[in-house]
Design a protein around this ligand. Structure first.
Ligand SMILES: [Cu+2]
Length: 158
């Protein structure tokens, strides 16, 4: 005798399987959800840690760089001094933290040389301090005001 596919035994078995599968579905979903959340959390934490370490590295690099101090104004004067207050004539190539004190709104402080093409560090109309990181390469640099180009000095980088 062959079993009838629509027999009561078969139907009961099919119903049991369906129930079992629908009952286990939320479980599966929950587990997947938790795994996804965990993965997302790990990713977020990883990114945060990476950002913090990048921030710390950037801050440490910026503050440990040799410092240069530039001034422009208030008259027709421009200057660049090292951390010890000595007028800059020659510098070793590399990265520097340059702070310009702009003491006049009629001038700007602009730097020109290898790798730095007429970079206006402090603009005309601006008064106050401006700090930038500059990478100096071997060669001759000139710092000046574009409005009054005769307000100008040079230094050499080796
Ligand atoms: Cu000027």
């Amino acid at each position: 005798m062959t079993q009838n596919a629509t027999g009561p035994r078969f139907l009961a078995e099919r119903q049991r399987r369906m129930l079992a599968s629908t009952n286990s579905l939320p479980f599966v979903r929950k587990r997947c959800d938790m795994r996804l959340r965990l993965a997302a959390l790990v990713a977020v934490l990883g990114t945060a840690a990476a950002l913090v370490s990048v921030g710390v590295a950037a801050t440490m690099t910026a503050t440990s760089l040799p410092k240069l101090h530039g001034t422009i104004g208030p008259g027709f004067t421009i200057s660049l001094k090292d951390a010890r207050g000595k007028a800059v004539k020659t510098l070793k190539h590399g990265k520097y933290r340059l702070t310009v004190q702009d003491k006049s709104n009629i001038h700007n402080f602009t730097l020109n040389g290898p790798g730095i093409k007429n970079k206006m560090i402090s603009g005309t109309g601006f008064v106050g301090p401006k700090t930038v990181t500059v990478t100096l390469k071997a060669g001759k640099y000139r710092y000046y005001c574009t409005v009054h180009p005769f307000v100008s000095k040079t230094f050499r980088v080796t």
